[in-house]
Design a protein around this ligand. Structure first.
Ligand SMILES: O=C(O)CCC(=O)C(=O)O
Ligand SMILES: [Fe+2]
Length: 335
């Protein structure tokens, strides 16, 4: 049974092992688009605190969670009940809270409707430590993601800061705290349906239950079995577009845990400025020869305009938010 590679980020910090790390990163990214990262320096105490407040959030009375339901937020922030989010037309059996960069509502020019994604988060009123811990997690993971993105740039033979112009102004820092309930007989076992992530990179902290699966090149599914002390890293559509498909945004899904168990995961999606356009990197001939071009999936066309790609994904995943807040936008698209 195939398994995903494990990379040690401390080898990137040490000059003597840096080039070997970059070669391993290039191989893992190209062959799987997914890997485990150990040797990151995120404090284990902060991780424990994050897991504790996340469990406390899901244990809140239902009324407290429904008070901050995402359907109330034109910025796609807040709580989503299990079964409300849709992937590839099917219900996802997970409950979650979505948190984004904590920024004020922006002006929304007619030619940049995605600027409506920017706005305040919705926080649980009776659990103040949830907000402080999540914001701390967000800034820690942004730091790790930027270091990792610099490593990706070097692995592709580019200047370390080649992507900085498209994330430096307003990076997109999206967090999802997710609980997957155990399987029951009366619904599907789709925790989240098969999909690609849209940003640069995703950094995932998962508990010990398992259920995340990664699609291999031959169409089989590889289990991303939990490994204590690691994050799971995967590539999003921005890196696929920028590298002309040398790097792949790999398709993945989550199968619901066995009956009577539930699974906790915290996904952090690092993306670009909503107003940026994804550049096409100039790859050296040996890498360019292996670039397959971005995947063309008629069900999921990729857009170089970061904001357009991001808004497309959110509207499709959350039809209730789309209907309440984006009816006019959708009507214009169809009409
Ligand atoms: O919960 C997980 O393991 C993965 C979640 C995921 O793929 C997503 O939310 O995009
Ligand atoms: Fe994902």
């Amino acid at each position: 049974m195939a398994s995903l590679p494990i990379l040690d980020f401390s080898r990137f910090t040490a000059t003597a092992s840096r080039d070997d790390f970059l070669a391993d990163l290039r191989a893992a990214a190209r062959d799987y688009g997914f890997f485990y990262l150990k040797g990151h320096d995120v404090s284990p105490d902060l991780q424990r605190q994050l897991i504790a407040v996340s469990n406390a959030f899901f244990a809140l009375p239902e009324a407290d969670k429904l008070a901050i339901e995402m359907v109330n937020s034109p910025h796609f922030r807040g709580y989503t009940r299990a079964g409300r989010e849709i992937t590839r037309g099917q219900q996802d059996w997970r409950e979650q809270i979505d948190i984004g960069s904590e920024l004020p509502v922006a002006e929304v020019p007619a030619d940049a409707p995605w600027m409506r994604l920017q706005g305040p988060n919705l926080w649980p009123e009776h659990l103040p430590e949830f907000r402080t811990t999540l914001l701390q997690w967000q800034s820690e993971l942004t730091r790790v993601a930027i270091r990792l993105l610099r490593a990706f740039a070097l692995a592709l033979g580019q200047d370390a800061d080649v992507f900085a112009p498209i994330y430096r102004a307003i990076p997109s820092e999206h967090l999802k705290v997710i609980r997957y309930p155990g399987q029951t007989d009366d619904r599907s076992s789709q925790g989240v349906g098969a999909h690609k992530d849209s940003g640069f990179l995703t950094l995932l902290l998962q508990d010990a239950i398992g259920g995340l699966q990664v699609e291999a090149e031959d169409g089989t599914w590889i289990d991303a079995t939990p490994i204590e002390g690691t994050f799971i890293i995967n590539i999003g559509e921005i890196l696929e577009l920028a590298s002309n498909g040398y790097l792949r945004a790999t398709v993945h899904r989550v199968i619901s845990p066995p009956a009577g168990r539930d699974r906790l995961s915290i996904a952090y999606f690092f993306g670009a400025d909503l107003n940026a356009t994804v550049p096409l990197l100039n790859l050296a001939p040996d890498l360019a020869a292996q670039a397959k071009g971005p995947a063309s999936d008629p069900l999921n066309p990729l857009f170089r305009d970061v904001g357009e790609n991001a808004l497309k994904g959110r509207l499709r995943s959350h039809p209730d938010v789309a209907e309440r807040h984006y009816a006019e936008h959708l009507a214009k698209k169809v009409g």
